[in-house]
Design a protein. Sequence first.
Length: 44
Amino acid sequence: MGKRLALLAIWLFVSVNLLYAAIFLKFAGVPDSVTLFTQMSQAT
């Protein structure tokens, strides 16, 4: 059970870090990030 809990904690930590980085870069106005999100929103 301890190993499973540790893996869950690591997974959550990595997920939150990536999400925070993506959102922070987008709202900070980093040109590459803005371009990426614009392309993603227009992909149909």
